[in-house]
Design a protein around this ligand. Structure first.
Ligand code: GLP
Length: 239
């Protein structure tokens, strides 16, 4: 696992965008695994700028998002579907049919997860972007006694519902479940970049970097992958 520590959020965002941009330049028809949350917003802004400046072409890129709340309508202002179109997809030339996000309005959540897993596994992710929850979750793989390998339906922990309530009108409005790639789905990516900013991520980053694997900190499983870069700001690293 490689570590890069930057002064602030802007620098983290630029460094992450450069890695994504290099991936697209080296392999224009690459498959990107994408994350939501506040952390990657700056990276997406930078990628949109590069596209506007004529430096990037997304026309052959395929994307798979990590997760989505369940149940939630696509058009809900807080769905990850809305998030991705607002922060990235509407501003670049990615093909609509090349974008994949778990469907939070599927009637049968398990069937949706199974078909998502099948498609993402068939395609194979070249570069997976991750954020990290304060409790060490990746995607919506929450700390537990055991972790799921494949895309699955999961219950959100109180900690995550509380942390994510800042985007909703109230804590009650946060969906209590989600559809998420599993730990195995994430680890199948060829390359993984995890972003973390702010003091509230410090404990999770310490746990991630201590070289041990535990289901109590799902991100720690990234230690089993041979091409992971952790990019964080000083606050997340030093606490
Ligand atoms: C959500 C997402 C995660 C994300 C995490 C951190 O729970 N499912 O993929 O990493 O939030 O979010 P933030 O970047 O806003 O701290």
């Amino acid at each position: 696992m490689r570590l890069q520590v930057f002064e602030n959020y802007e620098e983290v965002s630029k460094a992450a965008a450069k890695i994504v941009a290099s991936q697209i330049i080296v392999k224009p028809d690459c498959v990107l695994g994408l994350a939501t949350g506040s952390t990657p917003v700056g990276m997406y802004r930078e990628l949109c700028r590069m596209y506007r400046d004529g430096l990037l072409d997304f026309s052959a890129v395929t994307t798979f998002n990590l997760d989505e709340y369940y149940p939630i309508d696509r058009d809900n202002a807080q769905s990850y579907h809305t998030f991705m179109w607002e922060n990235l997809f509407s501003h670049i030339n990615v093909r609509k049919d090349a974008v994949h996000i778990p469907d939070g309005s599927a009637l049968d959540a398990q069937t949706e997860c199974d078909s998502y897993e099948r498609v993402v596994t068939e395609k194979g992710v070249d570069l997976q972007i991750l954020g990290i929850g304060q409790n060490g979750h990746i995607g919506f793989n929450e700390p537990d006694e055991s972790l799921e390998v494949k895309t699955h339906v999961t219950a959100l922990t109180d900690n995550t519902v509380h942390a994510n309530s800042r985007f909703f009108e109230s804590e009650e409005a946060v969906p209590k479940k989600a559809l998420t790639m599993g730990i195995g789905t994430i680890l199948a990516a060829k390359k993984i970049v995890l972003l973390a900013c702010g003091k509230n991520k410090h404990d999770a980053i310490v746990g991630l970097l201590n070289g041990r694997v535990t289901t109590a900190l799902p991100a720690s499983f990234l230690n089993l992958h041979n091409d992971v870069i952790v990019i964080c700001d000083k606050e997340a690293y030093e606490g």
